[in-house]
Design a protein around this ligand. Sequence first.
Ligand code: PMP
Ligand code: GLN
Length: 403
Amino acid sequence: MRLAGREAGYGRGMEDRLAKRLRDVPPTIFTVMSSLAVRTGAVNLGQGFPDQEGPPSVIESAVTALRGGRNQYAPGPGVPELREAVARHQQKYYGIDLDPADQVVVTAGATEAIAAAVLGLVDPGDEVAVIEPYYDSYLATIAMAGGVRRAVRTRRTDDGFRLDLDSLRDGVTDRTKVLLVNTPHNPTGMVLDEAERAAVAEVAVRHDVVVVVDEVYEHLVYDGRQHVPLSTLPGMAERTVSISSAGKTFSFTGWKVGWVTGPAGLVANVMAAKQWLTFTNAAPLQPAVAHALEHEMGYVEGLAAQLQDKRDLLCAGLAELELDPVRPEGTYFVLSDVSRFGWADGMEFCQALPERAGVVAIPAQAFYDDVDTGRHLVRWAFCKETAVLEQALSQLRGADLER
Ligand code: PMP
Ligand code: GLN
């Protein structure tokens, strides 16, 4: 059972009037753990945001837009130069042809894109299959749409976390309206391999399912891997909605600029909901993100190379501490198993960690329907300056981590 209402940390008394569809949805774990970091002054390896700024030329471009009269509502689907830049990016990196007029919509981060896709495509009672563990906004969004969640499992293997293909075939049926996929995957760091991608396409085509793919970490993949969009597989272009974010690609998480791409019909379904959520957002930041896509992809390559080194540093440190990390193939995150120190419950471990070691991490059980499967797992973020990672590791080495 998940905690809901006040038990889970919502404000006093609010559960009395909370709409039923939100009663089983706990507050986001990121707010809970970042508040803990602020309260205790701990090093925050919890919430995934970089502590270095994105490219200066992108900030300059935003300042120019702010000073240059770009401060009123952007058009509902986004400013034309950003939609055009997104279309060029999809062509250049993935060979996908899009018409910026009706196949690209700019959103308030990937979060709004996910919400608009689910609200625009799912009726109450429809099944939505989702890869477990899943990013926490998926649970809330499916609940707000009245959808019925079906978890598709992942398994830890010698080759990191992998999609359980039997569970995929069980979880996606003729009753499934939407399959929500995230690759590169938060929190496991898994990047779907060729066989996994083919299996997703096979079930989606067989059951005529719309696939919503959260690709916010598309450029943050390691060891020479390439991100392959599911929309490029046979039979997938017409059924796939793809979601990206400037937050992760250019290290501007606070800007909340994301975008949706796909076939015009599905993008129109997303737009039908999106226009009633924010309508439009971040008018002066949108041209700056267009500038970033046109001129700063070199920054992203450099970022991925740095993150790979930071992944190695954090994984080596956690392994030396016997915290049993699983080496991620992409993203900002590494999962580790804390049960060896007697902690059967990662939540308890994470609550004790600020006092024991002055470090905050995220209990991965927040991302599981089947809380027991993820109970012993803890997520650590490595999108931090090297000195911060070293500081955290040094504090962990000096701490008593036994339960
Ligand atoms: N999806 C995943 C998998 C994420 O990790 C995040 C956090 N960046 C988001 C969506 C939300 O992205 P945004 O901040 O652009 O809303
Ligand atoms: N995506 C980030 C993470 O997984 C955090 C985003 C948020 O705080 N909602 O840590």
